[in-house]
Design a protein around this ligand. Structure first.
Ligand SMILES: Nc1ncnc2c1ncn2[C@@H]1O[C@H](COP(=O)(O)OP(=O)(O)O)[C@@H](O)[C@H]1O
Ligand SMILES: Nc1ccn([C@@H]2O[C@H](COP(=O)(O)OP(=O)(O)O)[C@@H](O)[C@H]2O)c(=O)n1
Length: 216
């Protein structure tokens, strides 16, 4: 087989996008951060709260550009850094639970994976977006480690946060994502679980690369 899709799902700050980017670069595949797409719609919603979701999604064009990591454009506005801020993070799980938002993004994501060659990370990729992906990974880490990682991420981006607040925020977001009605976060039956607690980025990347090689 010459082309495969790789689905990486898991809870907040487990390391999905860091690893997915590296795996995609090593295998010359396209990386797609679906969380960024839900964050982009959350940005649009916070600026246009009066517009119902079914109308809002029809006004949006989301583009992911593989440049300097990955840039996120919403109707040609670069919102890459803006969508990592706290107000977006606090509201994204609510927006992602809306049926119209999920239908809109799942269709877009399925189009992006049709020709294969994609590493896509999110919450419902292995279960809903690409249930036939050749490799599915369910990535987890302890909530303490995830809060520490996000604390460092936020520091490097100049976003104010505290360890205790991050433990609470991450736990609440995971709960909302795991209990929503439509495609909640859950491990696909055929996904390989990887607990990244205490593991280096290189170790996790190599593990997934060797799983991918078996399927290429
Ligand atoms: N073993 C590891 N695997 C993945 N990320 C790690 C690991 N160790 C430390 N990190 C750091 O943890 C953070 C993970 O954040 P991110 O990749 O955005 O997670 P997610 O996409 O799951 O929300 C990054 O800052 C990354 O550098
Ligand atoms: N495939 C996806 C990806 C993200 N999401 C939602 O989008 C939010 C933000 O995703 P993200 O991957 O940017 O989150 P972080 O783990 O990087 O903080 C998640 O908490 C989910 O509510 C989703 O519902 N389905």
């Amino acid at each position: 087989m010459d082309k495969i899709n790789i689905a990486i799902d898991g809870p907040a700050a487990a390391g999905k996008s860091t690893i997915a980017k590296r795996v995609a670069a090593a295998l010359n595949m396209i990386y797609v951060d679906t969380g960024a797409m839900y964050r982009a719609i959350t940005f649009a919603h916070l600026n246009n709260k009066e517009i119902p979701f079914n109308e809002l999604v029809n006004q949006l064009e989301i583009k992911l550009i593989n440049e300097k990591g990955q840039r996120v454009l919403l109707n040609d506005e670069d919102i890459t850094d803006r969508i990592r801020e706290n107000d977006i993070t606090e509201n994204v799980s609510f927006v992602a639970s809306q049926p119209e938002v999920r239908a809109f993004l799942v269709e877009l994501q399925q189009m992006m994976t049709r020709d294969k060659g994609v590493v896509m990370d999110g919450r419902d990729i292995g279960t809903t977006v690409i249930p036939d992906a050749e490799l599915k990974v369910y990535m987890i880490a302890s909530v303490e480690e995830r809060a520490n990682r996000r604390l460092l991420d936020n520091e490097s981006r100049g976003i104010a946060s505290s360890y205790d607040q991050l433990i609470a925020d991450i736990s609440e977001r995971d709960h909302l994502d795991m209990t929503r009605d439509i495609s909640p976060l859950t491990k696909a039956e055929d996904a390989v679980s990887i607990d990244t607690t205490g593991l280096s980025i290189e170790h996790v990347t190599d593990k997934i690369l060797s799983l991918a090689e078996e399927r290429l």
